[in-house]
Write a protein that binds this ligand. Sequence first.
Ligand code: NAD
Length: 501
Amino acid sequence: MSVPHYLLHIDGSWVDTDDRYEIHSPATDELVATVAKGGVAEVDAAVAAAKAAHDSGVWRNTPPAERAALIDVVATRLAGRIDELAALQSRENGVTIRVTGALHVGLSIAQMQYLAAQAAKYEFEKAGPAIGPVPAEGILRREPLGVVAAIVPWNIPLLVTVWKVAPALAAGNTVVLKPDEHAPLLALELMKEFEAAGLPAGVLNVVVGDGDDVGAHLSAHPDVRKVAFTGSTSVGKSILGASADTMKRVTLELGGKGPNIILDDADLDVAIDGSIFACMANNGQACEAGTRLLVPALRRDEIVDRLVARIQTMKIGDPTDPATDIGPIITGEQRDRVLERIQQAQTDGAKIAVGGGAPSGDGFERGNWVEPTVLVDVTNDMDIARQEVFGPVLTVLTYETVDEAIAIANDTDYGLSAGVWGADEAQTLDVARRLEAGMVYINDWHVIHPMYPFGGYKQSGLGREGGPDALDEYTEQKYISIDRSGGVENKAYALVLGTPS
Ligand code: NAD
């Protein structure tokens, strides 16, 4: 059966290459699509096109309201295709369709609409306050940076792409986008919509390629002014290092090991389901997942029993079926890594309360599966509590006092998300204020919203995406001073040179 073949997009043209990726469904191994595989030459061509488009002024001199309107048009076009795109995403990366519909595509559209509205009223140039003691007038400008490299992972590809591409374009930059080689299809669908909406050639270019050559070459390219990266902390560090040479701006959205605290008075009817959602949404492959569940020692058995009972009711299987709760892991290699991490945790002293292996039988003959797993007797020094697993694996730790819970929660190299469940709002707020994380959820999780910034403390990243300041991250500030001294004696230089007698 023939499947669609996707091309790269460089300088306004769709470009094929000699080599190609095969995109297989992680649930069934079926071939979903083939994609042209880019290399260093395609990156160079894309950066050259983006630089030429920037230098020509074709996009940065387009009035901001027109740029914003074009982004809004693309959002509307995506909204007309939401079911189709959600299904394609589920087939491509195995994330369940309720999540791809609401989070991957739905939130991407909302994010674009919010950004378009922000961009339409953004002050790209405004008069600053009068300057003294030297009489002068100030102007504050926000100018595009130039060529932005956007590098994204496979787990929530469209949203992570939109978080970068939409503010970059709204601010007047040009972009080279490198989707992840395992899940590039929605980025290429997005490119089709930008082209259909009339985006000029060279303003947005898409090169699919491997991380260690194409990604590394793009992120170190001398003509790239900013790298906006989402992915693992180790690659984020290498990008930060490579940026030093040409002093690139960087935004890094990296890993997490989110602590999730159930307080003594929490309503378990919501905290149990909520904690499973916190960890296992997106098949457990989410950076801001709540993967370290901290429970009061006295309530530990009750909480674990209820987690196990609830997880046993969950439907694992076909990600395109709306009844499915948990789908597969992105690749067989990553599935093996998750299972090894569970094994290692047991060697370190953890015990399995539920799951722990790969499901078998009908529907699981093909694909990359891991049972939703709860590990108990975990302590915060174990590797399973310190490093991301990126699979449906929840670790349960106990605490005696709230102060101890907060200390354990903050004892991590990461700081992306955190959460707290409790009945006393003053107490949950106090805990939330003391947690070292970019996003803290009270009595829910994954409440990502276009109006609020997304990003992390510590080694979870640098900078923020979305939120009210998203465009600031894609502009340089410029101050222009205009002399209003009215006479030589009042000019700044007169302080040093004096005035002619
Ligand atoms: P990864 O770092 O291996 O890959 C991410 C992207 O970077 C891919 O496009 C890849 O091709 C590219 N890449 C790989 N090596 C590169 C290099 N040397 N130079 C430049 N680019 C390179 O990440 P992954 O394991 O595929 O994705 C999962 C990771 O992403 C997890 O750590 C997760 O926490 C993180 N993530 C973070 C966020 C966030 O917003 N904080 C969101 C989603 C995922």
